[in-house]
Every structure is written in C-alpha cells, then in structure tokens.
Design a protein around this ligand. Structure first.
Ligand code: ZN
Length: 272
C-alpha cells in the first residue's frame, strides 16, 4: 500500500542541507532520469532557476532533504530525462519514494491552482510556518485540498458484494466507494452511498484503514459492513453491475496498483 515511510520527518519550512533532493512536478507528472529513475540532479535544478515560491519543503528522509518544485510548462529539459505519471511508477521506483512523490504531486497541484485569490483575484502569498496560501488583500486562506472518500466492502454470510463502476474502461469488480458530502460523517456517507449505489441497508460498520490517494487529492477511508436488508438495485449512473462473490465464484483479478482497495479485497477474500 502507498504509505509514508516511518522514518520520514515532514517539514513545512525549508532547512539548509548539504544533500537536497528535488521532486520536480508538472501536472501530476514527475521528472526522472531515464536510465536509473533518479531524481533530477542539482545542476539541472539550478539551470531551471526556479523562484523560491516554486519550491516547497517536503521533509527529511534517509539523510536527505526533499523538496518539491513545480512547473507550469514541461520546459525543454536536459536529454536523458522524462516526465512520468505517478501510477506508472508504482512498483517501479522505491515504495518510500513513491509515497513522497504522491505527497509532492498533491502539493504541486494545490500550489498550481491557488496562485490567485478565489475571492478577489489578488496574487496569493505563502504564510511562514504553515502550509497555507493567504490573500494579502482579503485574508482568504487556502490549505492543501484533501477530499475524503469512503470505501466499503459489504459482507453477507461467506460472500462479499463487489461492483463494476460505470466508468469508461472499468473492467474490474471492486468495493463500493464514494466521496463525502458537506456536513456528512464518514459513517453516514457509507450508509448513503451503499443505498444509492446498490439499494442495500448495512450494519456493523468496522474501520479497516485509510490511505492518501493522490489522484488528485483523495483520502480513502475503508470499512467493512454487514448486509442488513434489501435486494441489489444498481444506480446505472454509478454502477454497471454489482453481485455477491462467494467462495465458489471466480475472484476478480487483483488490482495492480498499491491501493487500499486491493488490500481490503485481499483481506476478505472468501476461501472455499
Ligand atoms: Zn482576496
């Protein structure tokens, strides 16, 4: 699962350091050297002459100071480097570095989309000691956006409910999921989404785990629940099929991503 390394120490302010690593981000993509997937070297970063406001502290890990730098153009960069979407790097680069990259990509997206105040259009400024953009004219404040979403695996006897999401290209049955609405608790969202998507009532919600998911800034909060009542009635706008998978059914192919959905399914897979 995509997880911040235990030994990572997050920082909000830049610190002087003799070993600086820069995660360079352009629109959700990370710049890496082609032959070894290394981060861009200091020479390349110096050449870009990024202004200080384009650099954000991430933290210290394994004796290196990590920062994020973001670009709004892909730039004509040195030969031997290429931009990589985050998903394509899971399982390819070190897991710890992938988690740092996920953090960097989310912060870069926040920085890119908060350059001007959403109230009065004044250029925003960064606050010292806080991860915050602040408007000098009207004091509107913008923190990194994090969107909570619930995920739930509904159980009935020795079967679990899996659904095929009505998304272009969706081919894999998985747990139900959906974003919270304003004013809702996570448990309320579980009950509402299950009823809306498949027409069932559930009980005995149990927390499974959570995971930051950087596409673009979700926090997935996963539960299991027991079936209480109702017959499956799908919402065709959200779900194209949903059914119970018991011990004798062919289990869907495991997702290749390092997602909490994969862990949730694997932990509750019915055994014949
Ligand atoms: Zn303002």
């Amino acid at each position: 699962m995509l997880q911040t390394p235990d030994t990572f120490r997050p920082l909000i302010q830049a610190v002087p350091h003799n070993d600086v690593a820069t995660l360079l981000v352009y629109r959700g993509q990370l710049l890496l050297r082609n032959n070894d997937h290394a981060l861009p070297d200091g020479k390349l970063i110096d050449k870009l002459q990024l202004p200080p406001q384009r650099l954000h502290a991430l933290g210290e890990w394994k004796g290196r100071y990590y920062q994020m730098g973001w670009l709004d153009q892909p730039e004509a960069l040195a030969d031997g480097y290429a931009w990589h979407g985050l998903r394509s790097l899971f399982g390819v680069i070190d897991d710890g570095l992938a988690a740092l990259a996920a953090r960097a990509v989310q912060l870069a997206e926040w920085a890119r989309t908060h350059q001007f105040c959403g109230v009065c259009a004044t250029p925003m400024q960064r606050l010292d000691g806080e991860r915050c953009y602040c408007c000098p004219a009207c004091d509107m404040r913008a923190y990194p956006r994090i969107s909570p979403a619930m995920m739930v695996l509904v159980r009935k006897g020795d079967a679990v409910l899996l659904a095929l999401h009505a998304l272009p290209g969706a081919t894999r049955y998985t747990a139900l999921a959906g974003f919270l609405e304003a004013g809702e608790s996570i448990e309320e969202a579980v009950h509402r989404e299950v009823y809306e998507e498949v027409g069932l009532r559930v009980q005995n919600l149990r927390y499974f785990g959570s995971q930051s998911w950087p596409f673009p800034h979700s926090l997935m909060i996963a539960y299991t629940a027991d079936y209480l009542s109702g017959e499956i009635r799908i919402d065709p706008g959200e779900i194209s099929d949903a059914r119970w998978f018991g011990p004798d059914d062919v289990w869907p192919e495991a997702p290749t991503t390092k997602s909490i959905a994969a862990e949730l399914l694997q932990a509750h897979r019915p055994r014949p």
